[in-house]
Design a protein around this ligand. Structure first.
Ligand code: GYE
Length: 350
């Protein structure tokens, strides 16, 4: 009976503590309230996509959903991510979630987590480790496929517009070098360029950041006078590149034959889609940042001792306002591009 009263008292105390406070709670507190302690190492806040991803994770790994989330923003630095993971291990969290800045360099610290018997869930980009059992599951996008879709569209665009492959003069503004999203998108383009005989002029990284991409584009415009396609590896880079192009007195749009520079982008965040609707980005391949719910389900299953899928790909689509491809070749899957409307844009929450 005494035991029962103490337990009830502790639970009431725990619940009361939870009511006033939405912030991180102590491990003891979390234990009393039966919360799952999760340490999340987010790589940074470089883009609209990343901000939406962080928000999604915080919403799903919430106190209301029985999680106690310890969050760390590593500001694009792998050593900060490693430090955060070591701290989570010391804090004896129930699970670690890692959104890694680059693929390599994780073997040692993930081994430390494994030795401490803490499951690790990887999100967004992948880790390249010798032993795949160092992480329990991964949730993210197929970046090579995203790039291939963009390139397939570009190939059809050239056909519809009557352009020879060698008349496509392309520059690639790359993401963070060594990140899975950069590797997949860059490789898709370089392979398609080789295969189709496109003129790939240059590939320069801009770390997925708007200001850096603007600077990179300014340099590229000085270096190459004939650019007519800019392949930007995310929306913020596309927006930076568009600023540089317009400031140089050139136009962006769907009409290469009339002097436009064609901008291709990835993410399809609200900022990117607004530019699609304005006709400034020709094609935006969606990369879905809303991974929180999926991660939360996986953690709950792992915590309950269930086996989970090793790899989960999130769903995504493609947006454009250029409808000529659809009209000319209506029967092929690769051209299944959603023609963007104001209504779709209004529904975009990030
Ligand atoms: O496309 C970009 C972000 O890895 C999918 O990182 C992610 C990419 C995303 O900064 O906007």
């Amino acid at each position: 009976m005494k035991k029962y009263i103490i337990l009830t008292f502790l639970i009431v105390l725990g619940v009361l503590a939870g009511c006033g406070k939405k912030e991180e709670t102590s491990k003891e507190d979390a234990y009393v309230r039966n919360l799952i302690n999760v340490g999340f190492s987010q790589l940074g806040a470089e883009s609209d996509w990343r901000v939406a991803n962080t928000e999604s994770m915080k919403n799903s790994l919430s106190l209301d959903n029985d999680f106690n989330l310890l969050f760390d923003d590593a500001q694009q630095k792998q050593d900060k991510q490693i430090m955060a993971i070591r701290k989570f291990i010391q804090q004896e969290v129930d699970c670690i979630v890692l959104a890694p800045v680059t693929e390599t360099g994780w073997d040692t610290v993930l081994k430390e987590a494994k030795d401490a018997k803490i499951p690790v869930i990887i999100t967004d980009r992948m880790v390249d480790v010798e032993d795949d059992s160092l992480y329990t599951a991964w949730v993210g996008s197929d970046f090579l496929k995203e790039g291939k879709i963009a390139c397939e569209w570009l190939k059809r665009y050239a056909e519809v517009e009557g352009l020879e492959p060698s008349e496509l003069h392309i520059v690639d503004i790359q993401g963070t070098l060594g990140a899975t999203s950069q590797i997949g998108r860059t490789n898709a383009l370089s392979e398609a360029a080789k295969e189709n005989g496109w003129d790939l002029l240059d590939a320069v990284p801009a770390d997925y950041a708007q200001t850096k991409a603007k600077e990179v584009m300014q340099q590229l415009l000085k270096k190459h006078s004939n650019i007519n396609v800019v392949y930007c590896e995310n929306d913020n880079e596309a927006i930076g590149a568009i600023e540089a192009i317009e400031e140089a007195g050139k136009t962006v749009g769907n009409d290469i034959n009339n002097g436009d520079i064609l901008v291709i982008s990835f993410d399809a965040a609200h900022s990117g889609l607004s530019n699609v609707l304005e006709g400034k980005i020709a094609l935006d391949v969606e990369c879905n940042p809303l991974q929180g719910d999926e991660v939360a389900w996986i953690i709950k299953d792992v915590n309950a001792g269930k086996t989970v899928e090793k790899y989960t790909y999130v769903e995504e689509s493609v947006f454009s306002t250029y409808d000529k491809i659809k009209a000319v070749i209506a029967d092929k899957e690769a051209y299944d591009v959603t023609i963007l409307t104001q209504e779709i844009l209004d529904g975009r929450k990030y």
